[in-house]
Ligand binder design. Structure first.
Ligand SMILES: Cc1cc2nc3c(=O)[nH]c(=O)nc-3n(C[C@H](O)[C@H](O)[C@H](O)COP(=O)(O)OP(=O)(O)OC[C@H]3O[C@@H](n4cnc5c(N)ncnc54)[C@H](O)[C@@H]3O)c2cc1C
Length: 458
């Protein structure tokens, strides 16, 4: 027995639910399939729980710094991890049940709970149910990469998912991977009270960022007594008593870090390996990402891939935007495209890094004539008032068109301030527009126009 729907949405991450909502509201019969937790990575094991925990870590950090502000906190500041986790579970859980309740109560929408696999380009099996449709949207997301490193099979380790169950303070957390996920967890647990070591294979942290950004982040973390071990070219694992040894150099056995817990944060892989894509004839690239065009169509007519599984985004906002692109193309006769999107994201250490567009290194490599401005957060009144002066702001412009090419705002409020630049980039207006804007005092954003009056040739 098979059931036909006007559309099938596989996965309830950041693209699927809103897309299902639009399709169902347009009168289409929609099947939504979820194999595990409604809301996917962001809601359950990614953005929402981590940023909730980052907020707890910030509170602990500020409590320890209270005297700087003339505030007395009597006694030691300590963190109750059971309550930190309970708070995180409540915020994340509200979001999950919100998505689940919305989909299950949605007119024209039928929710199937189970693992979806293609049986043909028009058929998807979920347990005993065979669903058929001419329009299938894949939104299956990704999961943590478990690297093929010697000894890993013989030691316990955590990932971003299993970290969600941690309701105790690891004595010494070793984070393998010095990029976005690893740095957020590393700083967070240091602030909770763990000793933290970050092990990175490359010569610097967050290697996709400019060298000055990496160096500033390195300094911010070291200021909190986080140990950073770079150039760990050959990582292996073993047990010593109750502890885990992370070997950093296969030719030098003494080069090691020893801790009570290990978190693997070395990247993500798409959930495309057990989806029956071969039965549908859907093409993937060498990393397992589903190959899509600028409007998210796969090579098989009637099948689209949205979110992390298409390798075109990697963020919640890009996955959500994929859903908007798909619905606009289908329902609004609006040919929205992935290439309309400007790269933008944040790294939620404290202070955060807000990023848009090209890095300075990319601008230099492009060979175009460019202008740059840079300001330390020590020269930003609002940051001084808050006594949060680590980091800097940097903006790059095309010297001929005067369009903004990119920016890095590493500093207090950087995740919000970056939007004043991003929005100008979307308008395709020259930087002189924002240079003449009168921003509110005292804010970090008020220095953006000032900086744009202090340009130098790159
Ligand atoms: C620790 C961490 C922190 C992050 N922080 C941020 C952040 O601050 N900001 C940001 O923008 N991004 C962040 N991200 C990334 C963000 O979470 C993802 O980019 C986003 O969730 C991707 O959404 P998605 O819709 O592609 O897939 P997902 O959210 O991964 O959802 C996919 C869904 O599909 C389901 N599924 C998979 N296979 C099947 C199947 N065969 N059948 C049925 N269902 C299936 C899964 O169970 C899941 O519910 C973070 C990620 C991590 C790991």
């Amino acid at each position: 027995m098979s059931t036909h729907f006007d559309a099938i949405v596989i996965g309830t991450g950041q693209a699927g639910p809103s897309l299902a909502g639009r399709l169902a509201a347009a009168g289409m019969s929609v099947a939504v399939v979820e194999r595990k937790l409604f809301g996917g990575t962001c809601v359950n094991t990614g953005c929402i729980p981590t940023k909730t925990m980052v907020a707890s870590a910030y509170a602990a950090h500020m409590a320890r710094r209270a005297a700087v502000y003339g505030v007395n906190v009597d006694g030691n500041v300590s963190v109750d991890m059971v309550r930190v986790k309970a708070r995180k579970d409540a915020v994340s859980g509200n979001s999950r049940t919100g998505v689940e309740g919305w989909l299950k109560g949605m007119k024209n929408c039928t929710v199937f709970e189970g693992h979806a696999r293609f049986e043909s380009p028009r058929e998807v099996r979920v347990g005993d149910n065979l669903l058929t449709s001419d329009k299938i949207y894949i939104n299956v997301g990704g999961r943590a990469v478990i690297p093929d490193m010697p000894g890993l099979d013989h030691v316990p380790y955590l990932t971003n998912s299993s970290m969600m169950a941690v309701d105790f303070l690891p004595k010494h957390l070793i984070v393998v991977g010095g990029s976005y996920v690893g740095l957020e967890f590393g700083q967070m647990f240091r602030r909770f009270g763990s000793e933290v070591t970050i092990v990175e294979m490359g010569p610097r942290l967050v290697h996709k960022e400019d060298e000055d950004v990496s160096a500033a982040i390195h300094g911010i973390l070291e200021n909190e007594a986080i140990s950073i071990r770079l150039n760990a070219k050959c990582i292996a694992f073993s047990r010593r008593g109750d502890e885990t040894v992370v070997h950093l150099d296969c030719s030098d056995k003494s080069n090691e870090a020893v801790g009570t817990h290990v978190l693997l944060a070395v990247g993500r892989r798409p959930n495309t390996d057990d989806l029956g894509l071969e039965k549908a004839g859907v093409a993937m690239d060498s990393r397992g990402n589903i190959v899509v065009d600028d409007q998210l169509r796969t090579n098989v007519p009637g099948i689209w891939a949205l979110g992390d599984c298409n390798g075109k985004g990697g963020f919640t906002h890009t996955a959500y935007n994929d859903g908007e692109i798909a619905s606009a193309n289908l329902l609004d006769n609006d040919p929205r495209r992935v290439s309309d999107r400007i790269l933008a994201y944040a790294l939620y250490i404290d202070p955060p890094l807000g990023r848009v567009g090209m890095t300075e290194a990319e601008v230099r490599r492009s060979g175009r004539k460019a202008l740059i401005c840079k300001r330390a957060m020590t020269r930003v009144a609002r940051a001084v008032e808050k006594d949060e002066t680590q980091g800097f702001m940097k903006i790059l412009m095309d010297a001929e068109t005067h369009l903004i090419l990119g920016a890095s705002i590493l500093g207090v409020g950087g995740d919000e301030v970056i939007h004043s630049i991003l929005d100008v980039m979307y308008t395709k207006a020259p930087y002189t527009v924002i240079q003449r804007a009168v921003h509110i005092h005292p804010t970090v954003s008020e220095l953006i126009p000032t900086m744009l009056g202090e340009l130098q040739v790159l």
